[in-house]
Design a protein around this ligand. Structure first.
Ligand code: ZN
Length: 62
């Protein structure tokens, strides 16, 4: 499993999936939830909410 390109934190499956869903589906490098939130200028809870939402609608990336 990959590490965050910004802070080198070990990434969870959900973090990779939400990055691919929000930023770039065919990405091979990813950011963790905290760095992605900073990058998008939103609180980390927004990323959590997106993960929950994408799971709920049955997104195949998760
Ligand atoms: Zn990070």
């Amino acid at each position: 499993m990959a590490d965050c390109t910004q802070c080198e934190k070990h990434l969870s499956h959900d973090e990779i999936a939400v990055y691919r869903r929000l930023i770039y589906r065919d990405a091979s490098e990813y950011m963790c939830k905290a760095c992605l939130a900073k990058y998008l200028g939103v609180p980390e809870e927004v990323i959590d909410a997106r993960i929950a939402y994408f799971k709920k609608i049955g997104c195949t990336l998760f």
